[in-house]
Design a protein around this ligand. Structure first.
Ligand SMILES: *Cc1c(COP(=O)(O)O)cnc(C)c1O
Length: 479
């Protein structure tokens, strides 16, 4: 494709994206396809003749888009807000369009230095002290793995330069709440700690936040048994209920054992942009590492996960391998982001964050987050004041956990009812919410915060929920 052909096709595709975003509300939220349906829309073998852009656009319209669950849809209340602001989409396009190679500073000085600039801006916008240095990782899962590798090497005094964990006499132990995200046990396993050395510490039964006294007891028991408490992973805005593990109290306990504290604020970290919400993050300055995803609620297009460390030297020592062909005269004066994470080749991700901050503007981003907090509180108030309905956990941010509990329904019958009304709405395509287990029973998580979700959408959702639950209650009621 020549640049001129690119120009022509590019205009068509930008128009196509803009039209898609404009008309998204007409589409079902949950993809209405059966397994294999998208695949069946493609030829079974590789293409044998050249296609036109118009043909590909037709294929996008008829085969691809129907197979996309529309998380940019204003009636999407599932999982978490996975916003992809159009300003950041443009930055992402520029990143790929420049086609730079991010392997060392020298291979693209701008890639490194723009990332330094935007990470520094983000640190400041979040109210974090200058003690932190940032890097953009692809996802919070990778960031958590990086944190666990740093924790492992600190606790084992760089066992990687000897026999690795296999040569360690004292098992290293990691602590997290049972409410932690699935990426947490994954990182612990991949970092070689082993499932036997991951402790799920009890949570408070009302707030679902990690109980510091249980953490203290677990660490003391391990230490007494000759094991080494190596890391604590705190969920700041846990996946199930957006619980906030108490950072300050846990940091204090962890420090007694020299254990690493990683703060997983993947979803909730965006709230640090709001000065009035920072009290939820009290004590965060005592952590060793933080990850949070601008690619969730804040709205920078996936993938864009901030990893902040207080000790870049340690990170570099864990990650650096430095083969001679990657050395350059500028080493020592510059940041080599290849030594700040797992990948060598990196994308120019800072561009989409830069575009997002400059073109949408920090004030507008903050106003949107505040709108979402308001909408979530409004929704929680409606549910809490409606007979037969319950809000099951505190609502510190934008996630509301609810259940309809009609008289006479409990146990498995209640689960059946919850899944029935949820499925009724989700399968209709009119809105989407996630079902999730809490204390062994199904509940429904309503995660507010899509860029296009206004109050009227939340009001429509509440009407839809009550209707679906009343129909489902009629169907399951004993005759
Ligand atoms: C979404 C989420 C993750 C995983 O984020 P990825 O960037 O998809 O890896 C981890 N922890 C929490 C609390 C999350 O909300």
């Amino acid at each position: 494709m020549t640049p001129d052909e690119f120009r022509e096709a590019g205009h068509l595709l930008i128009d196509w994206i803009a039209d898609f975003r404009t008309s998204i509300e007409e589409r079902p939220v949950l993809a209405q396809v059966v397994p294999g349906e998208v695949r069946a829309g493609f030829p079974s073998g590789p293409p044998e003749r050249l296609a036109t852009v118009d043909e590909l656009i037709a294929q996008l319209d008829t085969v691809v888009l129907p197979g996309v669950t529309q998380v940019q849809h204003p009636m999407h209340f599932g999982w978490f807000p996975a916003n992809a602001s159009l300003a950041s989409v443009l930055g992402d396009l520029v990143s790929t369009g420049i086609g730079s190679l991010g392997i060392t500073w020298q291979s693209s000085p701008a890639l490194t230095e723009v990332e330094e600039v935007v990470c520094e801006w983000m640190r400041e916008l979040c109210g974090l002290s200058p003690a932190w240095r940032g890097v953009i990782q692809d996802t919070a899962s990778t960031a958590c793995l990086v944190a666990m590798l740093c924790a492992r090497e600190r606790a084992s005094d760089f066992s990687q330069n000897r026999g690795g964990l296999q040569g360690e006499e004292h098992p290293l132990v990691v602590y997290a709440s049972p409410q932690c995200h699935s990426s947490v046990p994954k990182a612990v396993l991949l970092a070689g700690f082993g499932i036997d050395n991951l402790r799920h510490v009890d949570v408070d039964p009302v707030t679902y936040a990690l109980d510091p006294s249980a953490l203290r007891a677990a660490m003391a028991a391990d230490a007494a048994a000759g094991r080494r408490p190596a890391a604590v992973i705190l969920g700041i805005g846990t996946t199930g209920t957006t619980a906030f593990d108490p950072i300050a109290a846990c940091v204090e306990i962890a420090q007694e054992y020299g254990a690493w504290v990683h703060v997983d604020a993947a979803m909730a970290g965006a709230a640090m942009l709001l000065p009035e919400m920072r009290h939820l993050f009290d004590g965060i300055e005592g952590a060793d590492s933080i990850s949070w995803n601008p690619h969730k609620w804040m709205g920078t297009a996936l993938d864009c996960s901030m990893y902040l460390t207080r000790d870049p030297e340690h990170l570099i020592r864990v990650m650096s391998t430095n083969p001679s062909y990657l050395r350059s005269a500028a080493d020592g004066q510059v940041t080599q982001y290849k030594d700040w994470g797992i990948q060598l080749g990196r994308r120019f991700r800072a561009l989409k964050l830069w575009f997002h901050l400059e073109l949408d503007g920090v004030d507008a981003i903050r106003a949107r987050l505040r709108r979402d907090l308001d909408n979530a509180r409004w929704f929680a108030d409606q549910v809490a004041s409606e007979p037969g309905w319950r809000v099951l956990a505190p609502v510190p941010l934008q996630t509301v956990c609810i259940r309809h509990e009609p008289p006479g329904l409990d146990g498995d019958a209640l689960d059946g009812h919850t899944l029935a009304w949820l499925d009724r709405i989700n399968s209709s395509g009119a809105a989407f919410m996630s079902g999730s287990m809490l204390d062994g029973r199904w509940m429904v998580r309503v995660s507010v915060g899509v860029e296009s979700t206004e109050r009227r959408h939340v009001e429509a959702l509440w009407r839809m929920i009550r209707d679906a639950a009343s129909v489902a209650a009629g169907e399951t009621a004993p005759a």
